[in-house]
Design a protein around this ligand. Structure first.
Ligand code: EPU
Length: 359
């Protein structure tokens, strides 16, 4: 008996939150880690290319599709535990657990820690790969361990966060197919206490001093409302949410280059404009959404008749209005990227994984 199902010549668009992209040769759904490992290793032995799909929320698949087998991760176990040494609570979840279901489960069990990451689409296994972050918290802040399948060695192993090279929206797991995340373990706070609220928009909405803590359930509700207002919570009836979330990462410019870029922005927009900047490890982070909007790509660009548009709620999301192609999406992405470079001399880089296509 196998707990997987195989279909042939399968469209993948429905497995992505953008709902675009061509088919794969085959699709295998795996509802536990054992079958996931078996199917990936069997494909490797047969030299069959594999595309691992989780929640599909960070995936742009070419219109031509994928010449290989797509393996959908649908493993679903969640386990709570207490660390023997520190006495601290943690949760371990299979890669296929829907991320927001995991956040909800931790809050329901009386724990805090994950609440700022409420409402993020996608699966748990994807979260360490691109070090998902929102509202002042990123996965690196709460990660305990990641279990990976090492496809070359054909073994499972646990990796500590400090070996993962976690940085802003990236890690050593990104663009490296030989390690597939099969489970993720995360630290929790007891007493449903949130992490400290470092994102000003969130602390203000909560009526808490920036850096303070609050009840995790209340924080979760507030984050969900903030995200929904930006079209960043999936809703099948709202095309503003048919996206891959932020399409570009917030650009980090070198500290040496920042004054010249600042000058260029001010000379274009006026000397009294306040440019949003955030400190980053290796320079100064700018806001991609802000730059896009100020370069003339306003919310909803290029207009209601277009199959792909910037979200009408947030310029950083590229959205499918119902029958878009990947070609059209990439054309809009190039338009925006080139326009921001021409206006401000800042390069934007895509956040999603591009399958069989490039920007
Ligand atoms: N802004 C605009 N126009 C817009 C949207 C934003 O000018 O249409 C400006 C505003 O000045 C705003 C600033 O951009 O204050 C920042 O916007 P926001 O708070 O929405 O955050 P972001 O930097 O655009 C990041 C993450 C999001 C995450 C939010 C909240 C990246 C690439 N994106 O967006 O993550 O939810 O912060 O913490 O880091 C994702 O990665 O897919 C994602 C949705």
């Amino acid at each position: 008996m196998t707990d997987t199902s195989l279909q042939s010549g399968v469209p993948l668009a429905g497995l992505t939150t953008l709902r675009i992209g061509g088919p794969a040769r085959a699709l295998i759904r795996c509802d536990d880690t054992r079958s996931l490992v078996e199917e990936i290793l069997a494909a490797d032995t047969a030299a069959e290319p594999v595309l691992v799909i989780g929640g599909g929320s960070n995936l742009v698949i070419a219109d031509e599709g994928f010449a290989g087998t797509a393996i959908r991760v649908e493993s679903s176990q969640i386990e709570f535990g207490t660390d023997r040494e520190s006495g601290r609570a943690f949760v371990t979840a299979d890669a296929g657990v829907t991320w927001d279901d995991l956040v909800a489960a931790t809050v329901a069990e009386g724990f805090g820690g994950l609440e700022c990451l409420s409402g993020i689409p996608g699966s748990t296994g994807a979260t360490p790969v691109q070090n998902v972050g929102a509202y002042g918290v990123e996965v690196a802040d709460i990660l305990r361990e990641v279990q990976v399948l090492d496809r070359r060695a054909a073994t499972l192993r646990w990796i500590a966060p400090n070996e993962l090279g976690l940085a802003y929206r990236t890690s050593r797991l990104k663009h490296r197919d030989e390690l597939v995340v099969v489970a993720v373990s995360l630290w929790l706070n007891g007493g449903r206490v949130s992490r400290s609220l470092r994102y000003r928009e969130l602390s203000a909405a909560m009526g808490v001093d920036t850096g303070g803590r609050a009840d995790a359930r209340a924080v979760r509700e507030t984050v969900l409302a903030l995200r929904a207002g930006k079209g960043m919570v999936l809703d099948p009836d709202d095309h503003d949410t048919w996206s891959a979330g932020s399409f570009f990462t917030n650009p980090i410019v070198r500290t040496d280059d920042a004054p010249a870029i600042g000058e260029r922005i001010l000379s274009r927009l006026g000397q009294d404009i306040v440019v949003p900047t955030y400190p980053a490890d290796d320079g100064i982070k700018l806001s991609a959404g802000w730059l896009i909007e100020r370069a003339g790509y306003v919310k909803g660009y290029p207009g209601p008749d277009s199959a792909v548009r910037l979200s009408t709620k947030h310029t950083l999301a590229l959205t499918n209005r119902g029958n878009a192609t990947t070609g059209e999406l990439l054309a809009l992405a190039r338009d925006v990227r080139d326009g921001v470079a021409a206006a401000f001399g800042v390069s934007l880089h895509p956040e999603p994984v591009l399958v069989n296509c490039t920007l």
